[in-house]
Ligand binder design. Structure first.
Ligand code: IVH
Length: 537
């Protein structure tokens, strides 16, 4: 092979690897693949073959060298009892009024007088269809393409809020329906999502893009024990089939019935009569601010005609029911300049790139920094210093950079590379083969130690009252702590000399440390910052 042929092959390998990374990103991070599994497998095979023919072109960060990079095997398919339709969207109060006018035109005068609406949050999770036969949870599926879903019964059984038998409370004296099929949403609370992602990153594992994607990824695990360890929650919001149950004439009644069976039905639902429609619009606008205080993500509200008979009469247009409307809130995104990328050192030594941003308001909060996850995220999205970037502040505590505006480039943007050495201690940074994270491998790195101490004394671990990041930084800087065991042999006489460490403070701290000696062994094991050992293991 000539040198120029070789260089062409090298380029082909690099381009193929980049395409594969992009599709992996769409599949795993966005849960939104652009190509079929077959097309993906073909790309992967092509790269594998090229690398086999030219082993010197195989780089340690090639997708072929990564464990767990392949697309999961398939689940069985379930045909839904009815098409799982989607919802038409509205973004302005005017569209809400237009929808109501249309309904009123389609209904008879008698019906118009009885017209009422139920307003519920639009939960941002993964739609599931749950079947109960003679009161026993017998089948669960994803929405899939609306006609067929993936059968994920075993995984759904691990969702604690999902009753395996209904009525969940046998003592209530309620009979089980012969058959019940309901539609609901499996989701993850914002705080649980943030906690999980933080742990993933620190363990050098992949972080999920958002709670919705996390819920979807967790439910699609082939190993149910992985799903079981994920903090999945459930809301049920529609009765699709009720056989040998009470006669239900409205959605409002159906929700009450599902609740009485022990299914999780969101309490944040409201009913309005048609006369009160001005209250619907007011409620929708007021909810826009309130939704940030909810523990789960809501991307809008769903407004439904309450009467089941009217729902049936109104029917569908295309794939959307006429009787319901999704009122969506604008995404909380903003555009700003990426001024720099800095790296932070975590307790395991994992270094995380962070965006330094020109300050910008996003849904009422000033944002100056955002997470960039890891080296691959930056490279796969081709994020450059100086870029205009789209940032998003969703439910997550830490905002994130979604993408650069490539068209806004003027050529002065700089491609970023992971530094070769730790910004704190100067030790070399290492990225193990097959991992997304890069590490500072110096066990004595002071920043790692501060972070490890912070974690050790924190609420998820030994829970030492009066001990936080301030004390961790101070005691490490003073040379009182060289490893975690030093927390139990602090030089109290020297600490009493420090400013702000009077008798009361020191006594409280000593009492907190003493109390931590009674924590159960699993807490201690978690606290020690052993790689791959977390709350679950
Ligand atoms: S009712 C015929 N109610 O949003 C459609 N859907 O964009 C009946 N969703 O895939 C759906 N929260 O799975 C309904 N309170 C809620 C919902 C909800 C979330 C999902 C639904 C659908 C998507 C439509």
């Amino acid at each position: 092979m000539t040198a120029s042929e070789m260089s062409l092959t090298r380029q082909a390998v690099a381009e193929l690897a980049a395409r594969i990374r992009y599709h992996q990103y769409r599949y795993y991070a966005l849960d939104d693949p652009e190509i079929s599994d077959q097309a993906f497998d073909a790309l992967f095979e092509e790269l594998r073959a090229l690398e086999a023919a030219h082993p010197d072109l195989r780089t340690p960060d090639s997708p072929t060298q990564r464990v767990g990079g392949a697309i999961a095997a398939r689940f069985e398919k379930t045909r839904h009892p009815a098409l799982m339709l989607s919802l038409a969207n509205a973004f302005h109060p005017g569209e809400l009024l237009a929808w109501r006018d249309r309904l009123r035109r389609l209904l008879s005068e008698a019906e118009r007088d009885r017209l009422a609406y139920v307003v519920e949050p639009k939960f941002d999770g993964l739609t599931v269809v749950l079947h109960y036969t003679d009161g026993v949870f017998s089948l669960g599926a994803t929405r899939g393409d609306g006609e067929f879903g993936e059968t994920i019964t075993a995984n759904l059984r691990t969702v604690r809020l999902l009753p395996l038998q209904i009525p969940a409370d046998r003592a209530a004296g309620l009979a089980a329906p012969a058959r019940l099929v309901v539609r609901g949403e499996v989701y993850v609370e914002k705080a649980d999502f943030a906690r999980f992602n933080q742990r993933q990153l620190e363990a050098g594992e992949r972080a999920y893009a958002n709670p919705r994607n996390f819920a979807a990824g967790s439910l699609r695990q082939l190993d149910s024990s992985i799903t079981a360890a994920r903090p999945l929650k459930l809301w049920v919001y529609q009765a699709l089939i009720v056989e040998r149950g009470p006669a239900l004439s409205s959605h409002w009644e159906a929700l009450a019935y599902l609740r009485s069976l022990g299914l999780p039905v969101c309490p944040d639902v409201q009913r309005f009569t048609d006369d009160e429609f001005d209250q619907v619009t007011a409620y929708v606008e007021a909810f826009s601010a309130r939704r940030h205080d909810l523990p789960y993500e809501v991307d809008g509200l769903v407004i439904k005609v309450d009467s089941l008979l009217m729902q049936e009469e109104l029917g569908f247009t295309g794939k959307d029911p006429r009787w319901a409307l999704a009122y969506k809130y604008a995404a909380e995104e903003a555009i700003t300049t990426l001024q720099d990328i800095v790296v932070n050192v975590g307790r395991t030594g994992a270094v995380t790139p962070n965006a330094v941003l020109a300050p910008v308001q996003v849904s009422g909060v000033m944002v100056k920094s955002a997470t960039l996850h890891n080296e691959d995220y930056i490279r796969d999205l081709d994020i450059r210093i100086g870029d205009q970037v789209v940032i998003k502040r969703a439910g997550e505590v830490i905002p994130k950079v979604l993408r650069p505006l490539v068209d806004a480039r003027d050529g002065s943007e700089q491609v970023w590379a992971m530094p070769a050495t730790c910004p704190v201690c100067g030790a070399p940074l290492v990225r193990p083969a097959g991992e997304a994270a890069t590490y500072c491998v110096n066990n004595a790195c002071p920043e790692q130690l501060v972070r490890a101490v912070e974690y050790f004394v924190g609420r998820d671990a030994m829970d030492i009252a009066g001990f936080g990041i301030k004390q961790a930084e101070l005691f490490v800087a003073q040379g009182f702590i060289h490893d975690l065991a030093d927390i139990y042999q602090l030089p109290w006489e020297q600490i009493r000399q420090l400013e702000g460490y009077g008798d009361k403070r020191v006594e409280n701290l000593m009492a907190g440390i003493e109390a931590s000696k009674d924590r159960p062994i699993h807490r201690l094991l978690t606290a020690l910052v052993i790689r791959f050992v977390g709350a679950v293991v």
